[in-house]
Design a protein around this ligand. Structure first.
Ligand code: HPA
Length: 234
């Protein structure tokens, strides 16, 4: 057991998928894993372990935002020896060409959050995807004809911004989409010498105001999970 996870040592696989929503963790385990078993329900933050194509794999909900996600990532890495962390989340598009249901791979993550301001005072750190996982994702997507986009994303501390046009500044500098966890994940993965990648399905557009329905979200989400599991199974 760790402070926030009830799993016993050895009950979590070295590779973990990380959705923000704990019910999505349940859905992923029940839809894709062979013989899934609940390893955590502390605070309702569901986590499961099973196998995929015969290889052990886990899925763990992280909650929303960097502070919540980093509690789980820190404990997965340091208390359970997790080596590969793949976020499977949603994001809001910053460009007309980045459409609802597109899959975006975060090569890097800019942020509005404070964690790197306290680590790197008056300097910038660039939280970056692990190249090996990133390359595997690109190759798998190519082989299985899964269209993807890749680039910089913004990890924001706020879902409801004061200024609804503030996204344009980030968009001007090539940031593709906004979400709330990736910069934290990439930063601590680098610190603890493990591998991390963030896959994001576009669920809404700040440009057009469109949003996906629950049913649409599920089908595009399915493709992204196949991609994440393909990277791990390789
Ligand atoms: N903002 C922040 N995070 C998000 C969004 C958004 O519009 N959509 C999905 N995750």
């Amino acid at each position: 057991m760790s402070i926030h996870l009830g799993a016993k040592k050895g009950e979590i696989a070295p590779s973990v998928l990380l959705p923000g929503d704990p019910l999505r963790a349940k859905w992923i385990a029940e839809t894709f894993f062979e013989s899934p078993r609940l390893h955590n329900d502390v605070r309702g933050m569901l986590g499961y372990t099973g196998t995929y194509q015969g290889k052990p794999v886990s899925v763990q909900g992280t909650g929303m935002g960097v502070p919540s996600a980093l509690i789980y990532c820190h404990e997965l890495i340091n208390d359970y020896g997790v080596k590969n962390l793949i976020r499977v989340g949603t994001a809001g598009s910053y460009h007309a060409e980045v459409k609802i249901r597109d899959i975006v791979i975060a090569m890097a993550a800019s942020s509005t959050n404070g964690i790197n301001n306290t680590r790197f005072v008056n300097m910038d750190y660039s939280p970056t995807a692990n190249f090996e996982l990133f390359q595997k994702a690109i190759l798998f997507a190519d082989k299985h004809h899964i269209p993807i986009k890749a680039g910089n994303v913004l990890t924001s501390d706020e879902f409801y911004e004061d200024d609804v046009n503030s996204y344009k500044h980030w968009a001007d500098y090539g940031v593709l989409a906004v979400e709330m966890e990736t910069s934290g994940l990439y930063t601590i993965a680098a610190k603890f010498k493990v591998k991390a990648l963030s896959l994001l399905t576009i669920s809404d557009s700040l440009v057009t105001g469109e949003k996906t329905s629950v049913a649409e979200r599920e089908s595009s989400f399915r493709k992204m999970i196949e991609l994440a599991l393909g990277v791990l199974a390789d």
